[in-house]
Design a protein around this ligand. Sequence first.
Ligand SMILES: [Zn+2]
Ligand SMILES: [Zn+2]
Length: 353
Amino acid sequence: MSDTVTESGGRPVPQAMKAMVFERVGDPLRLMDLEMPRCGPGQVLVRVAACGVCRTDLHIVDGELREPELPLVLGHEIVGAIVELGPEVDNLAIGQRIGIPWLGWTCGDCEYCAGGRENLCSRARFTGYQIAGGYAEYTLADARYCFPIPESFSDFEAAPLLCAGLIGFRSLRMTQGARRLGLYGFGAAAHIVAQVAQHQGSEIYAFTRPGDREGQAFATRLGAVWAGDSDALPPEELDAAILFAPVGALLPLSLRAVRKAGIVVCAGIHMSEIPAFSYDLLWGERVVRSVANLTRKDGEEFLELAPHVPVTSQIEVLPLTQANEALRRLRFGEIEGAAVLDTQSEQGARATP
Ligand SMILES: [Zn+2]
Ligand SMILES: [Zn+2]
């Protein structure tokens, strides 16, 4: 790379960067020095300020999602500032703060892309999965898939909006304006969706792991009218439910909780085996559907709406070097709200593995 390249503040872009790298299922992420990536046509180089830790990252390190490009830098809830523009980028500027989401590239001409459903593109490539992500000091992104970030959010607050918020928002729309909405699993996505849904006039019924009184108290503080164990029945029949916890056994439980013609949306990218259940639970025109990925339109609409709700992200910030600890705490339900990595902290930049 050329040492004449400078960031917007005049600071040179270094030759190397720190990243937490996923090499093999079963191994912890490893802190490594990687060569600084350089922009190709249509790309931007971003100095990462914050990167959210998503449940999907756990599915990747556990080998439940089978197509990661290894070795891999995880992370698809990225907020940072552009430090370099590749050729042919005309929609973004040096210094601009942007968000980089899970959807990193689509083919643009399959039937799904052509029909406004690029989230279903069969050739789509995803950030922090097939494209290096944000558990790093810098990352590259295709300029067409980045979003400007509303000013009212700090870098750390904005990070969880980029997947938990966005895919939660897409899931919420699939519930078609449910007045009584159940949320199964009250973590990063649910705590944002609960705010948006209440803004739109819904009542929230929050379901947590049985006995998770702290999670239930968190939901109540965010306005839920009822919070209880996932195997309990709510006091009222629900119009719809969204399953954020990747637990197949929740599907029949949630069908039991929704009224006739109620909708159950499975929002996760992976779910454990769904147990057999009686057709009675689906009878009465109940609907079960999944939500896959996001479209750029979802992102634009959600980021437009979020400051008006206004969404408040509950976050726990950890340095980049503690990515393994962030993943561990997420796995055991020890994060209230969303975990976010500080990718520029002193500790993140200097600590050894
Ligand atoms: Zn396509
Ligand atoms: Zn995600």
